[in-house]
Write a new protein. Sequence first.
Length: 367
Amino acid sequence: MISQYKAICVEKYLPQMIITQTPYRISLFGGGTDYPDWYLRNGGQVLSTTIDKYVYISCRYLPPFFEHKLRLAYSEVETCNHADELKHPAAREVLKHLGLVNGLEIHYDGDLPSRSGMGSSSAFSVGLIKALYCLKNQEIDREQLANEAIYVEQKKIGESVGSQDQVNAAYGGFNNIQFKHDGTIGVIPVDVSGKRKKELNDQLMLFYTGIMRTAETVSSTYATNTVEKTAQLRRMYKIVDEASKTIVSNDSLDSVGRLLHESWIEKRKLSDMVSNTRVDDIYQSALKAGALGGKLCGAGGGGMMLLYVPRKHQSSVRNALSSLLYVPFRFSETGSQIIFSNRTARLTEVESNRSNSIKKFIELEDV
């Protein structure tokens, strides 16, 4: 009897497992023009790249031996019976959007801390959507993946967030991303040699300020009322073209550093919450040590600080910012992808209707 029971378990309840790897991003120029309130009236564009730091999402059908029907593990662990009960907004709305409201176990891990301005929220949304499509044995292309993540974050959750992070996470690479008046989005890879790209990468340094904030908290102070920030956003838009021209030319890349500085000055004018005394002190210390320019990644307020530093000054900058964590990185070329898929078992009717079969685990001795 017991051996027969075990055989049924092995045959019918062997779970599928999907793992996605989704990159974080660094937005070099144009951030702020990717908010719908702005680009649907004026158009927008950003110059950005994904990097070799990733969000990992593992997802499987939950075996039917638990009282809960949904388990989500991130910095907290949530167990419940329906997606509506989840506190995590992105997980809750993605699951509802795709009609997978229970019967799943999901784990989230990341190479970088959340709320650090590196696009972690969108990387989570994109990675989870891709994993769930794969779990359903369905394909999704990069354009649809980005658009569905944008829809969930902006419409279902209702956050004041831009549209570049989702595109970066879905597509990957070093791109000029253009946001059109009609709401469509174009992704144009920057046509530059690997040698030139490495030269740029080698002169960018990333430091963690230790200040945690949510993009929503900062961006909500300017993203829904961009009319008053027209002069700043138009200049930030034009800087994208100037920086792109420098990068694809044979001119000195030091101009990129100076443009980063100008762009940061313009961005600080968007809201008092973009920077603070602590951030300003860090930035000034970096400039005095030899950095030519820089910015906070993401909406601002804290998180990661990106600096353009000629090689000869990098040791001095590291010494000046020795109290901060230095984060080496390389540009990456790939967007969200499946890195593991156990497709040997098929979901059975018993598994899909598991909530109606086994209410809780019962010891065999009690049967």
